[in-house]
Design a protein around this ligand. Sequence first.
Ligand code: ADP
Ligand code: MG
Length: 351
Amino acid sequence: MASTVRTKARPTINEFDLIRDLQRRHGRHAPSVIQGIGDDAAVITSRAGEWAVLTTDLLTEGVHFDLGTATMADIGFRAATANLSDVAAMGGTPQYLLVALAIPRTGTNRHVHQLYRGMMAACRPHRVQLIGGDTSASDGGWFLSVTLIGMVPPRKALFRHGARTGDFLYVTGTLGDSLAGLKLLNEPPGRTKHDPWAATFSPRHRKFLIERHLRPIARIAEGRWLSAHHFATSAIDISDGLSGDLRHICEESHVGAEIDLSALPLSPACRAYAASRKRDPLNLALTGGEDYELLFTVAPRQRPRLERMALEQEFSLTCIGNIHPHRFGMQALSPHGQRHRLINTSYEHFT
Ligand code: ADP
Ligand code: MG
């Protein structure tokens, strides 16, 4: 709908030149793309019988990102990861990207190219190809909508439903890092300079946590592996926080769950951050969103094979609890051995 875009009022950006530029920079594609950028719609082929996995995310300036603490490239990277991670959680292989963009009056070509640089940096390792999008002016801030198309072999998709009583609950990687990174970015300047804990919380920790927030990695290989070997009875990616995302699995599978808080995987950086700021690292792990780790359930008889093969693959997996009947609800076993109801937003009151 190019005719409705008021690009003429903004001399720095010409929509058609911009699209041509994006096509030249990012529009190269594999034989499975019959038609990429440049027609009314993209056309792709896929192997007969494969299931398509489709996901889209809308990011709004001021709501989902803040240009004060993230660059355009960071924002692009995170937007792509959010979608890649959704495909990972379905056990799929991401393949194609569509990007819709509303550019504010202050936006320049440079901003757009930085945004795409970040997006494509997240996509490149997975050979995801940009096949289309849409461009508009915005009277407010930036709007970025990313759509990702992936494929999964028939009947191999992982769903939120499918968890059964007795299954074990697993998570990839470590939790809470992204939230710690975000909190670091939002601390007033000066804070690090006079940090009395600088000896334990090092600049290396700081860099690690901020990187985990600004450049999160989607667990594509792990998701495909879980799906290929039928390891997971259900799966979700952790985008809203462990307790909230576990709730989705419980509701969709009509089960309850118990998390053993002492088992939650924490990075040394997250522990050091929490100690230095007198925060409970378990609270970061339970409530922190945007870790983009996978949360999944495994039937007891699959467990030995899962653990053995994960070691071989050098995948980092941690068993953090069990699935119970629905009436059990969601509970957390504290490091002191007490059981608490797991509530969605916070765990602060346990301590
Ligand atoms: P239409 O009027 O059919 O929507 P456009 O002029 O908006 O066509 O788009 C022309 C081509 O450029 C299409 O292939 C579209 O998918 C692609 N395109 C438009 N904007 C973007 C964008 N921001 N990123 C990637 N591709 C884009
Ligand atoms: Mg258009």
